[in-house]
Design a protein around this ligand. Structure first.
Ligand SMILES: Cc1cc2nc3c(=O)[nH]c(=O)nc-3n(C[C@H](O)[C@H](O)[C@H](O)COP(=O)(O)OP(=O)(O)OC[C@H]3O[C@@H](n4cnc5c(N)ncnc54)[C@H](O)[C@@H]3O)c2cc1C
Length: 432
């Protein structure tokens, strides 16, 4: 039986390859070149729409570790990335043209894959993987919304920075929920005095920003204005918005602070925090600099930076199971950035898993998710675990189960041996 894949980007190409190499038959639909997204420029499969860097190669960097896990799992995208690499220091940087050309060649020459160049306007019947990415065409987006429920489909992300919980200065921060009579650890509060706020404010409004692309220029919802745009409305605005101090008493001083930044747990283990309401278009290095003016975050370790951009994605924790399978119809899988994984390699990883899961499903076999102490397993777990405030995520060590910052090397070793064990288990499942 053929598996249909919609979208020939990084995730769709990887999923097609994973199915084909296991003997499955694939029809891969790609709408380019007759229809194009606002960011793609060529007819190649797996075109990189912006940077030609796949980020760090170092195993002690989560981006590097994820790539190594994917290499061990025989990822097409990672193999070709290595084969078309150009010098880039510690990063895996590719010759963008050769990279996309080589992947297109391998996919088009694969006897088990038929590439159909047309825009898909309805969710196809049969076993299907939807991998249409952050710029999914509008007609299909409508159909996906009807499937998942409009409330589970987003067009923009508004991402607040995420930091390592261990890097917050607990001599300055305090746990408390607004107006709560009893102590609770729902929020970790970072207080500022009037002087500290003044300094932070001046740095924030003058910091360098990333420009919006033409197709991203649209009005924001009031609820997700970038923090610097909010700040521009006046010095007091943040004090009535995300930095309001009302209902909070600083346990270190016994007083209400002048301003407060609230941190909320990003994962169930509480190893990562996001800065509540701090979605931002500041340049990454500016976020890293300016947010340190919040005294409790002076030594913060940033696991991901904030962003606001056009991004079609679904509320995966509400609609997908751990096989990336739609819970309203087991024939439908999602892969890539549309699942809330963010970035080239993360999208590839979710393509690899969806390909294996869909292949097993079509043969009546069981998919077991990769262990949570691997980058790929941690990312899958993040995007499929119920949470009140889901936001797209790129890979970082905070996603790994039982991860401790001081034991990074041990975590790397554990992840690589877990991947080998999982791979073996998956092969056994396939051969049964
Ligand atoms: C402007 C922009 C800049 C970015 N810059 C970076 C960056 O520098 N680094 C980084 O890591 N990530 C970046 N990203 C994110 C990156 O694009 C994704 O992480 C990655 O490409 C997602 O892979 P994907 O396969 O899910 O989607 P894509 O690579 O976008 O592939 C989806 C494919 O589906 C096709 N398609 C869409 N709708 C249909 C349809 N109805 N029928 C048939 N085909 C369809 C598209 O043409 C496309 O080929 C950027 C995203 C954007 C929008």
């Amino acid at each position: 039986m053929e598996i249909k894949i919609v979208g020939g980007g990084l995730a769709g190409s990887e999923a097609a390859y994973q199915i084909a190499r296991r003997g499955g038959e694939v029809i891969l639909y790609e709408m380019r070149p007759s229809s194009c997204t606002p960011a793609h420029k060529t007819a190649y499969l797996s075109e990189l729409v912006c940077s030609n860097s796949m980020k760090s190669k170092e195993l002690t960097n989560a981006h590097g570790l994820l790539k190594e896990e994917l290499r061990l799992l025989d990822s097409l995208v990672i193999r070709i990335a290595h084969e078309t690499a150009i010098p880039g220091g510690k990063a895996l940087v590719v010759d963008r043209e050769k990279f996309a050309q080589r992947i297109t060649g391998e996919i088009e020459d694969n006897a088990n894959i038929r590439v159909v160049r047309e825009e898909v306007e309805e969710v196809p019947s049969g076993t299907v993987i939807i991998a249409t990415g952050p710029l999914t065409s509008s007609k299909l987006t409508e159909k996906i919304g009807a499937l998942t429920g409009e409330e589970n489909l987003y067009f923009f992300d508004a991402i607040s920075p995420v930091i390592d919980a261990e890097s917050v200065d607990m001599e300055k921060a305090f746990y408390a929920s607004r107006y709560a009579e009893e102590k609770s650890d729902d929020y970790l509060n970072c207080p500022l005095t009037e002087e500290e706020y003044k300094l932070f404010y001046e740095e924030l409004i003058s910091a360098g920003r990333v420009d919006f692309k033409e197709f991203e220029k649209t009005s924001f919802f009031e609820g997700c204005l970038p923090i610097e745009v909010m700040a521009e409305r006046g010095k007091q605005t943040l004090l009535y918005g995300p930095m309001k101090p009302v209902g909070l008493i600083d346990e270190h001083t016994g007083k209400r602070p002048f301003a407060v930044v609230q941190l909320r747990k990003e994962n169930a283990e509480g190893t990562m925090f996001n800065l509540v309401g701090f979605q931002t278009k500041l340049k990454y290095q500016e976020q890293d600099r300016v947010l340190r003016f919040i005294p409790a975050l002076k030594d913060a370790v940033f696991l991901r930076y904030g962003s606001v951009h056009r991004n079609t994605y679904i509320q995966s924790p509400a609609v997908l199971n751990t096989a990336l399978q739609f819970n309203g119809n087991g024939n439908i899988f999602f892969a890539g950035q549309i699942t809330g994984a963010e970035g080239y390699v993360e999208s590839t990883a979710m393509g690899l898993l969806a390909g294996i899961a869909a292949f097993l499903y079509s043969g009546g076999k069981q998919f077991t998710p990769p262990p949570g102490d691997t980058c790929i397993g941690g990312l899958l777990r993040y995007i499929t675990t119920e949470t009140k405030h889901f936001q797209p995520m790129n890979v970082n060590f905070g996603l790994l189960q039982d991860y401790k910052k001081r034991e990074k090397e041990a975590a790397v070793e554990r992840s690589l041996s877990s991947i080998e064990a999982w791979k073996k288990q998956m092969y056994e499942e396939m051969n049964q």
